[in-house]
Design a protein around this ligand. Structure first.
Ligand SMILES: C[S@@+](CC[C@H](N)C(=O)[O-])C[C@H]1O[C@@H](n2cnc3c(N)ncnc32)[C@H](O)[C@@H]1O
Length: 278
C-alpha cells in the first residue's frame, strides 16, 4: 500500500486543482436535478447549489461545463463512470416540494427536497424529465464517447407504491470516454456480461446519497490497474476513495463541502494516510 496516495481537496468541480491528463478513471455521482439536498452552506460557481436549477437545460449545461473540466484532467485513454437518476416533473400537488423535511443528524448538513410545484417549461405535470439521459446525450454532443448505459437495479423500489405507474427502483451509470480507445476491460467477473447490475443501495446515516461500494468497485476494477489514479470530483462521504484505496489505486477526491471532506471522508478513508488540502 506504500505507493498508494490519497488527496482530498475542497473545490468546486468546475475548477479541479489537477494537471491535464493526470487521472486514469473517474467514478462519480453529482447532485441530482430537482432533488436537492443542500449539503452545506457552500454554493457552486453559479451562485446556487448544483441540482437546484429551475430548468433541466440549465442543470444539463452546468454538468456539461463540469465534465469539460473532468475531461481536461482525465488521461486520453481513461474512463468516466457517471451515476445519475431520473426525476419526474411536478404532480401539480406540490409533489417533490416537501420543504422543511429537515434532518440534523448529518453533522450540520441540512437536507431539503426542493422539487417542483409547477413543471419546468416544456414539461407537463407527471412527465418523466429524462434528465439523466439529457445529460448523457449532451456530454456525447460535447465530445465524450458515450460507450454504455448500465441500469443499476436496486433490487427494490426506492419510493412508495404508486397508483398509476410502477415505482422507481433503478438509476443509471453512463460509461464515458474522451477517446475511441480507452483502457476498460473485462475484469473476469460475471456482471461484465450484462448491462443490468443488481446492487442493493447503501443506507447511510453519514451522508444522504452514498453510493454502494460494490458499484464503485465494479467501475474501478473494469477500468484501472493497481497504482492508477482514481478521481471523484463529488467526493461526498468518500465511497469511491475508500474502494480505490482498498484496491491499491491512488485517489483524489474533491467536494465543495468542507464538512464532508474534513469530518467524514477523512475519518472514513481509514487505514490510509490522507493528505487533506483544506
Ligand atoms: C450525491 S453526493 C456524492 C455521494 C458520494 N458518491 C458518496 O458515495 O458519498 C454529491 C456531492 O457533491 C457535492 N457537491 C455539490 N456541488 C458541488 C460542486 N459544485 N463541486 C464539488 N462538489 C459538489 C456535495 O457536497 C455532495 O457531497
Amino acid at each position: 500500500m506504500s505507493d498508494v496516495a490519497a488527496l482530498l481537496v475542497q473545490a468546486d468541480a468546475l475548477h479541479l486543482p489537477l494537471r491535464d491528463e493526470s487521472v486514469q478513471c473517474v467514478v462519480t455521482s453529482p447532485p441530482y436535478f430537482g432533488s436537492v439536498r443542500v449539503y452545506s452552506e457552500e454554493v457552486s460557481s453559479w451562485g446556487a447549489p448544483l441540482g437546484a436549477e429551475r430548468e433541466p437545460h440549465d442543470y444539463v449545461a452546468h454538468l456539461v461545463a463540469v465534465f469539460d473540466e473532468v475531461r481536461r484532467v482525465l488521461r486520453s485513454d481513461g474512463c468516466c463512470w457517471l451515476n445519475l437518476g431520473d426525476v419526474y416533473a411536478a404532480s401539480g400537488k406540490g409533489g417533490g416540494g416537501i420543504r422543511g423535511a429537515r434532518t440534523t443528524n448529518w453533522m450540520r448538513v441540512v437536507t431539503e427536497r426542493v422539487g417542483f410545484r409547477m413543471p419546468p417549461a416544456g414539461y407537463k405535470q407527471k412527465d418523466l424529465t429524462l434528465v439523466a439521459f439529457q445529460v448523457a446525450s449532451a456530454l456525447r454532443a460535447a465530445g465524450w464517447y458515450l460507450r454504455a448505459t448500465v441500469i443499476w437495479d436496486k433490487k427494490r423500489a426506492t419510493e412508495p407504491k404508486r397508483l398509476d405507474r410502477p415505482s422507481v427502483g433503478h438509476e443509471y451509470l453512463y460509461l464515458l470516454s474522451p477517446s475511441e480507445h480507452y483502457a476498460a476491460r473485462d475484469p473476469g467477473e460475471s456482471w461484465w456480461g450484462h448491462s443490468v447490475w443488481s446492487v442493493s443501495p447503501h443506507n447511510s446515516v453519514d451522508h444522504p446519497a452514498t453510493m454502494p461500494e460494490e458499484l464503485a468497485r465494479r467501475c474501478i476494477v473494469a477500468s484501472t490497474r493497481p497504482g492508477d489514479v482514481v478521481l471523484d470530483p463529488f467526493n461526498g462521504s468518500g465511497t469511491t476513495g475508500r474502494v480505490a484505496l482498498r484496491l491499491g489505486r491512488s485517489y483524489v477526491g474533491t467536494d465543495i463541502s468542507r464538512e464532508y471532506l474534513a469530518e467524514q471522508a477523512v475519518r472514513r478513508l481509514d487505514g490510509v494516510q490522507m493528505e487533506a488540502a483544506l
